[in-house]
Design a protein around this ligand. Structure first.
Ligand code: AMP
Length: 397
């Protein structure tokens, strides 16, 4: 794949798929601009290389309706503030007027097109719609890693109209590069920590990762399905009874590949699913009938510390307990700090997918791990070993 830092965009229109799907309050104010800020380096690199960035994105789920509450014009002023460049907003994303305007865009200006999902053709991956969008640019750059697992018109189908003239943006490149450090160029010992609520949503990740690992740490609510499958007593803890056999198969696969599996030794229990519940500690496979395990216990954490300090590559996906409740956040916070220590000692650490990202932000350690992925669903599918349409489209001619 090409890199945007080496392409000469002189006087060219560069159509960039960004992920500006930011949360808005009822007055149209942006409540979290992380996704907008993430794309600034790409926009600046294009401008510095002489290009005219034309940005396209979806916002919310208008489902093919022109719902002006989800108009990208709410983002115009803020985009000017954070880039320091003039933003020209277009009230549509396709059509003759839009194409003409892209051609008269001047140096130092950015164009922002209206919400792609005002057209159903965007999510259905319509060929004609993709062709119309393609008329807006001479080059195509995709910096929306968060939607790379979707074969939408602007994320994948469009790319065929830019043979030799397409590249990933800097966010997309960083995501690919960092996840490849775990999946392909990893240094041993490699440890994955997989936690969270459900085994059912993590089976493919576990299966894809096991052949690449030295250590697999299973934590959070999903650990109890494994503990029950091994004959343990788990009280009222979260369990997926339909997945007991799957859990056994995963443990067998790990054995086959010589992976050390770490399940919780002990557990911090509650008599109710509440921060105010009565707390007790027991072995994780000896939880009484009226209790549920909501966090990793002290013996578990001691063992995990030994595993993590000696790891050279660490992937963290999913919390070790119900970290949203302060009384059951210690396991997740402690594991986060162990990963920080390992990173200081030279390990490469990647935090990816959903709630572990929320956890590192809550415990303010996001800058102390090697990389925090921004692409929830896309990162999960990448870790599952799936080919993401948005990335494949950039690789093909
Ligand atoms: P996931 O989206 O599958 O990664 O799950 C994340 C959720 O799992 C978080 O909201 C946690 O509160 C929840 N969770 C973690 N540990 C437990 C547990 N022991 N019991 C119930 N829920 C848990």
């Amino acid at each position: 794949m090409k890199s945007i830092s080496t392409i000469n965009f002189n006087e060219k229109r560069v159509l960039v798929r960004v992920d500006f799907n930011v949360p808005l309050d009822s007055d149209g104010n942006i409540t979290d601009d992380t996704r907008m800020k993430a794309c600034i380096p790409t926009i600046k690199a294009i401008v510095e290389n002489g290009g005219r960035p034309i940005l396209m994105s979806h916002l919310g789920r208008p489902k093919g309706e022109r719902n002006l509450d989800l108009s990208l014009h709410y983002l115009t002023k803020h985009l000017e503030d954070i880039t320091g460049l003039e933003v020209v907003f277009m009230e549509d994303c396709i059509g003759e007027d839009v194409v003409a305007a892209t051609k008269s865009l001047e140096r130092g200006q950015i164009m922002l097109l209206e919400n792609l999902r005002f057209y159903n053709e965007e999510t259905s991956g319509d060929e004609e719609f993709a062709k119309s969008l393609a008329l807006n640019g001479d080059f195509y750059v995709n910096d929306a890693f968060g939607t790379a697992h979707r074969a939408h018109a602007s994320t994948a189908i469009i790319a065929k109209h830019f043979e030799g003239n397409k590249a990933p943006g800097l966010v997309m490149s960083a995501e690919i590069e960092n996840v490849n450090k775990v999946l392909n160029d990893r240094k041993s010992p490699v440890t994955a920590i997989v936690g969270g609520a459900k085994v059912s949503s993590k089976i493919d990740i576990l299966s894809n990762l096991i052949p690449k690992l030295d250590n697999l740490i299973i934590g959070g609510g999903m650990a109890f399905t494994f503990i029950k499958a091994k004959g343990g007593m788990i009280g009222k803890s979260l369990v997926e009874n339909d997945y007991l056999d799957t859990a056994k198969e995963i443990l067998l696969k790990a054995k086959e590949y010589d992976v050390n599996v770490y399940l919780p030794i002990d557990s911090v229990n509650a008599d109710d699913f509440s921060n105010e519940a009565n707390i007790s500690i027991s072995l994780a496979n000896e939880i009484s009938d009226d209790n549920m395990g909501l966090d990793a216990g002290p013996k578990t954490l001691l063992e995990l510390n030994d595993v993590l300090v000696s790891s050279k590559t660490i992937l963290w996906n999913g919390p070790m307990g119900v970290f949203e409740f302060d009384n059951f956040a210690n396991g997740t916070e402690s594991v986060g700090k162990m990963i920080v220590e390992a990173t200081k000692n030279g390990a490469f650490s990647l935090v990816g997918g959903g709630d572990s990202v929320a956890a590192v932000k809550k415990f303010k350690i996001q800058d102390q791990v090697s990389y925090v992925s921004t692409g929830g669903g896309a990162m999960l599918e990448y870790l599952e070993g799936k080919v993401l349409p948005g990335i494949k489209a950039l690789q093909e001619n």
